[in-house]
Design a protein around this ligand. Structure first.
Ligand code: SAM
Length: 297
């Protein structure tokens, strides 16, 4: 929206700023800084940031993407755990008046409250080159806490992006695919090789956009039971659903009940979780909830 023209996003300017502050990379924080302008363009395009958007950036690093986001968006909150990066960020982001920096672990920040204050509770956008060691807790935290979001556009490990968008019957399909697809529609916008980062990560990366649903695509009576059933059925991947569920007695779903519900649904008694769609998991859970409730009466 306003502020200086972004200067970061290539190897030269990144190395200059790192040398100026004699910055030492912290492996424990998953620090791999973006140094490729084309990749930055792709992220900005995938996130479709406009001057009306409020953006939360997780892990700004030296402020590369932050500059690009702040030059388009109405406002940006950038949350960075590493205090050594604060003087650098104050330097690289000076002149931008629409950025708030928070030096904190993102998992400890109440983003719902923050957006209440910053964006009057209206849906915002998350854009980030995520620290890979906590990708899943960050994304699931955003969903489960019902942070009001239009979309989450993030760089993640390619393998994780593949799992997020996988469908039934594929090797990548699992609890993460179902959890993400309950809350959002995933779309992989780009695959990114290790040489686009400094230092280079050991794995390939992808930019994935998760377009959040206003209402989940399936209706379930008991959301926590749905996720418990999904987790139990993928805990033992090669097991049938009935065996997977019977290993977790806390679910209160006996083998007999599983067989009965599967029959009612017209599914094979020996079906495995990996072959079931989100709709089938939801229907299974709703029927099992109804059965459990009626047997309590
Ligand atoms: N956005 C920068 C870029 O693209 O060049 C840096 C991305 S780097 C992959 C991940 C960033 O997240 C690092 O700056 C790291 O210090 C920060 N980070 C790691 N754990 C974090 C946490 N729990 N909360 C907030 N930031 C974190």
């Amino acid at each position: 929206m306003a502020g200086p023209v972004p200067t970061l996003g290539n190897p030269k300017s990144t190395i200059e700023i790192l040398n100026k502050y004699q910055f030492i990379f912290q492996k424990k924080y998953g620090q791999n800084f973006l140094i490729d302008p084309h990749v930055l363009d792709k992220i900005m395009k995938a996130a479709e940031i406009t001057e009306n958007d409020y953006v939360v950036e997780i892990g700004p690093g030296i402020g590369t993407m932050t500059q690009h986001l702040a030059s388009v968006a109405r406002g940006v909150t950038a949350i960075e755990i590493d205090k050594e990066l604060m003087p650098i960020l104050h330097d690289t982001l000076k002149g931008y008046e629409n950025i708030e920096l928070i030096n904190e672990d993102v998992l400890k920040v109440d983003l719902k409250r923050l957006l209440e204050k910053k964006n009057a509770g209206r849906p915002a956008k998350v854009v980030a080159n995520l620290p890979y060691y906590i990708t899943t807790p960050i994304i699931m935290g955003l969903f489960e806490q019902r942070v009001p979001l239009v979309s989450i556009t993030v760089m993640v490990q390619k393998e994780v992006a593949d799992r997020m968008q996988a469908g039934p019957g594929t090797k990548d399909y699992g609890a993460l695919s179902l959890a993400v697809q309950y809350y959002a529609k995933p779309y992989v916008a780009a695959n990114v090789p290790p040489n686009c980062f400094l230092p280079r990560p050991k794995v390939g990366s992808s930019v994935i956009r998760l377009q959040t649903y206003e209402d989940p695509p399936v209706k379930v009576e008991d959301e926590s039971l749905l996720f418990a059933v999904i987790r139990a059925s993928f805990n033992q991947r090669r097991k049938t659903l009935q065996n997977g569920l019977s290993h977790v007695p806390e679910l209160g779903i006996s083998k007999e009940m599983t067989i009965k519900v599967l029959q009612e649904m017209g599914l094979s008694e020996s079906i495995r979780g990996e072959a079931m769609t989100l709709e089938q998991f939801a229907e299974f859970t709703n029927r099992a909830t109804a059965d459990r409730n009626s047997s309590k009466r």
